[in-house]
Design a protein around this ligand. Structure first.
Ligand code: DC
Length: 231
C-alpha cells in the first residue's frame, strides 16, 4: 500500500451540462475540501480578452494575457447563491462569467495550447494547498494526472439538453430558448470542446442519465469510504 495522503485530490471530468459543478460542489462540501471549477479560469480569461478586444483566434495575444492575468477562484465572498467568487486582477467578476458573449467565445479562447499551459499552472497550484475536488474537461488526464480518484461523468446530449432547458424555462419563462436550440448549442459546445475532453484510462465512469446529483455524490463518497476515514 502506498503512502496515505492526508488530503485527497479528486478529479471530475465531463461534458457541458453533465452536472459536474453541482456534484463537485456538494462532494467538496461533504468532505470539507475546497471546490475548484476550472472552467471559471477560462471564462475569466475570456472576460479579459473581450474587455481588451483580443481576437479569440489570436493564440499568441491570448497566451500573453493568460500569463499576465491574476485569476483567483475563491470560496464565495457574497451570499447570493454563487458557488465561488472569481477575481480578475483583484476585481470581482463573478457576475460576468456566464454572459452570452463569454458563452460564445470561451471554447475558442480555451483551445490555444499556450493559454492552456499558462492556466494549468494556476490550477495545479490550488490543488497543492489542501484536499480538493477539481472539475473540468482535462483534470484527470492533464491537470492532475496523479489524482487520488478520477470520475468521468457520461450523459447523453438529449438528457443534458432536457435538464438545461428545464433550468432556463424556470429562470426565463417564455423568454427561454426552445429545447431544440438548447440541444443544438450543447452539441456545438461539445464539438468545440472535443479536443480538450479526455477520459483518463483509470477514471471511474458514472452514467448520470437516470441519476440525481445527490445519488452520484453518494456513490463517490461510497467509493472513497475507507480512504476518507483514514485521511
Ligand atoms: O465547464 P464550463 O462550461 O464552465 O467550461 C467553459 C469552457 O472552458 C468550455 O468551453 C471548456 C473550457 N474548459 C476547458 O477547456 N478545460 C477545462 N478543464 C475546463 C473548461
Amino acid at each position: 500500500m502506498g503512502p496515505v495522503r492526508a488530503h485527497l485530490r479528486i478529479a471530475i471530468d465531463g461534458p457541458a451540462g453533465s452536472g459536474k459543478s453541482t456534484i463537485g460542489e456538494r462532494l467538496a462540501r461533504r468532505l470539507g475540501y475546497s471546490y475548484v471549477d476550472t472552467g471559471a479560469f477560462y471564462r475569466a480569461l475570456t472576460v479579459l480578452a473581450l474587455a481588451h478586444a483580443v481576437d479569440p483566434a489570436d493564440g499568441a495575444a491570448l497566451t500573453r494575457l493568460a500569463e499576465g492575468a491574476r485569476i483567483q477562484v475563491l470560496p464565495p465572498t457574497v451570499a447570493d447563491g454563487r458557488q465561488y467568487t472569481v477575481r480578475l486582477d483583484g476585481r470581482d467578476i463573478t457576475g460576468e462569467l456566464r454572459t452570452p458573449a463569454v458563452e460564445a467565445n470561451v471554447s475558442r479562447v480555451s483551445a490555444h495550447p499556450g493559454v492552456r499551459q499558462a492556466i494549468r499552472g494556476q490550477q495545479r497550484a490550488l490543488a497543492d494547498e489542501r484536499g480538493v475536488v477539481m472539475v473540468g474537461r482535462d483534470i484527470g488526464t492533464v491537470v492532475l494526472p496523479d489524482a487520488d480518484l478520477k470520475i468521468y461523468l457520461e450523459v447523453s446530449v438529449d438528457e443534458r439538453a432536457r435538464r438545461r432547458h428545464g433550468d432556463l424555462a424556470h429562470q426565463l419563462g417564455s423568454q427561454a430558448p426552445s429545447y431544440e436550440q438548447v440541444r443544438d448549442e450543447l452539441a456545438r459546445r461539445d464539438a468545440l470542446d472535443a479536443a480538450q475532453m479526455r477520459r483518463a484510462d483509470d477514471a471511474v465512469v458514472i452514467h448520470t442519465d437516470v441519476m440525481q446529483a445527490d445519488d452520484v455524490v453518494a456513490e463517490i463518497l461510497a467509493m472513497l469510504g475507507q480512504d476518507h476515514e483514514r485521511a
